[in-house]
Design a binder for this molecule. Structure first.
Ligand code: GLN
Length: 489
């Protein structure tokens, strides 16, 4: 089997044993990228092979004398292109940043690089993370490695597609309302959105700051735990970073069952609008978890029905403020010619932003305007508190919630691109956990009749990613979904 098929922990074991060298890893991955990237378009910017090879050569020399390797050493990692990388262009999927090269790394990038992993490149996304299909990218859509005329999900579609197509061993994504979980589900890989505050947001191009989180997209649950070990922790550079000690996330994986855990199935997530194929796959997964010793019970999250509306008010309001900084002065792109300063601002934003970003700036500005603030923004904040309380109440009775990730199976490229409301509705099951700030992850639980992956979502108590990971790992070991791989070559 080619080494690009291995999970991160398998690759790591082989590197530690000396079965494979860092140079061999880099060569194999660039070869793979050369073959599949023209079809998938997972990357906006690829790192130069020569640069990575020279890093690998130095590592191989050093490893002759080092006994112990670091967990991420020589691992080929891809990073979503809304995370700052020193000296490597960071576009946010937007024309307005097409010439922007940050002078510093996001904290998460620093943490990974400190372990001597390789940065393979920067992955495609919906502009500034706004979308659910990666079609709203200024650099063309990414494609689903399982079927190229289907979307890979979004907004971290490039990261999920890169992992699924073996163009990296693991990737970083970001999730504001589902953007890690949803593309992971579409591409048949694992995606974890941590508790708000668990992972530093320093160096992330802000979309909606009270919702944005960075997390791993990986080939299996064990890899997600390994990545979380590197990413989690307090960062003084991020004022919203939580000063909560991070456990060793692989410890809870030792238990290969879910005995003594109570699993909640929220009634409102299985009502009208849920595709029967998705429903059946998630129900079957719940039965597997029962066989593994978990007790399940129905719970209620009564405000689920208003979560999408609440999310699109809060997220657009914050986006309209966050995106004010792109004015043609501070970063990247400036439209020319222009008559005066105001004209320069206008022309730059007009040409630099895509239609979805403009739509959201207008929606958000409207929701925040003085005549409408109370009716929309203040109301949405109040409802957000109710949504958070729904989760608090549910977690008094159960440890982890099990739900679908998306109401439908993966859709075709172009199917929803011109219908923003349909696109927003695909976030139905992911936005609640974002509004509540609780951790959630997506993992494969089946396939549609078209052969496209279906994902299930696990939602945990704040800062209990480890419990969620234990449930996910037990499930994945009891099933074979992760062994099925896209046939793209
Ligand atoms: N699809 C949602 C949106 O468009 C979520 C995006 C995200 O999580 N970045 O806002």
């Amino acid at each position: 089997m080619s080494l690009v098929k291995w999970t991160l922990h398998e690759l790591q074991e082989r590197l530690t044993r000396g079965d494979v060298s860092a140079t061999e890893i880099v060569r194999a991955y660039f070869l793979r990228i050369g073959v599949v990237e023209p079809k998938v378009n997972a990357y906006i910017t690829l790192n130069e092979q020569e640069v990575v090879l020279s890093e690998a050569g130095a590592l191989d020399d050093a490893m002759k004398t080092w006994r112990k390797t670091m967990p991420m050493m020589a691992m080929p990692i891809a990073v979503k292109d809304n995370l700052c990388t020193e000296g490597v262009p960071t576009t946010g999927g937007s024309r307005i940043l097409k010439d922007f090269t940050p002078p510093y790394n996001a904290t998460v990038v620093d943490e990974l690089r400190a372990q001597r992993c390789f940065l393979m490149g920067k992955t495609n996304l919906d502009e500034f993370g706004m979308g659910s299909s990666t079609e709203h990218s200024a650099f063309g859509p990414s494609r689903n490695p399982w079927k190229l005329d289907y979307v890979p999900g979004g907004s971290s579609g490039g990261s999920a597609a890169a992992v699924a197509a073996d163009e990296c061993v693991a990737a970083l994504g970001t999730d504001t309302g589902g953007s890690i979980r949803q593309p992971a589900a579409c591409c048949g890989v694992v995606g974890l959105k941590p508790t708000y505050g668990r992972v530093s947001r320093y160096g992330l191009l802000a979309f909606a700051s009270s919702l944005d989180q960075i997390g791993p997209i990986t080939k299996d649950v064990r890899d997600a735990a390994l990545m979380m070990n590197v990413l989690a922790g307090h960062d003084p550079k991020d004022a919203t970073s939580a000063d909560v000690p991070a456990p060793d996330f692989t410890r809870s994986l030792k238990k290969k069952d879910v005995k003594h855990l109570k699993l909640g199935v929220p009634r409102e997530f299985f009502e009208e609008g849920l595709d029967p194929e998705v429903r059946d796959a998630v129900h079957a997964a719940v039965s597997v978890l029962e066989d593994l010793g978990g007790t399940t019970r129905e719970v209620s999250l009564p405000h689920t029905g208003v979560a999408v509306a609440t999310y699109y008010l809060v997220a657009t309001a914050e986006a309209s403020a966050n995106l004010a900084r792109y004015d043609g002065v501070k970063y990247g792109f400036r439209a020319r010619p222009y008559a005066d300063l105001a004209d320069m601002y206008r022309a730059t934003r007009q040409e630099g932003f895509g239609p979805e970003v403009k739509r959201r700036i207008m929606l958000g500005t409207y929701a925040l305007s003085s005549g409408y603030y109370d009716a929309y923004y203040a109301k949405a904040q109040a409802v957000r508190t109710l949504i958070r309380r729904d989760f608090d109440r549910a977690f008094q009775d159960v440890d982890v919630l099990v739900t679908p990730v998306m109401p439908t199976t993966v859709f075709r490229l172009g199917d929803r691109a011109d219908d923003p409301l349909q696109m927003y509705l695909s976030d139905l099951y992911t936005v609640s956990a974002s509004l509540a700030g609780v951790p959630a992850m997506s993992l494969p639980c089946g396939f549609s009749h078209r052969g496209l992956p279906i994902g299930m979502q696990l939602v945990g108590r704040p800062f209990e990613e480890d419990v969620m990971l234990r449930v996910g790992r037990a499930y994945e070991l009891a099933t074979d979904w992760r062994k099925q791989r896209p046939l793209i070559r």
